[in-house]
Design a binder for this molecule. Structure first.
Ligand code: DQA
Length: 147
């Protein structure tokens, strides 16, 4: 199984960015954590981060026929991007939404998730562990579908 792990704007600033909310580890540490989690789960992952909405849309489109699942933290685009929602709906690849912080306990403008409307599951407030949970969930979800 092959999963695309997408991270949106400012997640390349992890470690530096609001560490009280997002933790002290940087984006490279996140990628290492995701790769370790994927290896333990016996799945393959490709990680991609972009600060641009269009890049994320293009990556989702290009995932069609290539990846079995998508793990996505659209970051601030979560709350604004109908384009990312439409891309996820277009490719129909099972997707899981991840947020490092507990967006439900934060500002009112973070309470809407457009991308989440096209996702089978959301993990929030678990730090990096949310990505591991998402990988395990997707693996089980896809395995159940093939039985
Ligand atoms: C985030 C939460 C978003 O509201 C925020 O804009 C981010 C990161 C998270 O991982 O907690 O950039 O997606």
């Amino acid at each position: 199984m092959k999963f695309l792990v997408l991270n949106g704007p400012n997640l390349n600033m992890l470690g530096l960015r609001e560490p009280a909310i997002y933790g002290a580890q940087n984006y490279d540490a996140l990628v290492a954590f995701i790769e370790k989690s994927a290896a333990e789960a016996g799945v393959e992952t490709v990680c991609y981060q972009s600060n641009s909405e269009g890049d994320l849309v293009t990556k989702i489109q290009q995932a069609y026929g290539v990846f079995d699942g998508i793990v996505i933290n659209p970051a601030a685009y979560t709350h604004t991007s109908i384009a990312i929602l439409d891309a996820l709906k277009a490719v129909q690849i099972p997707a899981v939404e991840v947020h490092i912080s507990d967006v439900a306990a934060r500002e009112a403008f973070r309470q809407v998730s457009y991308a989440g409307m096209a996702c089978v599951k959301t993990y929030k407030g678990l730090g990096f562990n949310g990505y591991r949970e998402a990988i395990l969930f997707l693996k089980n979800y896809l395995s159940a579908g093939t039985e």
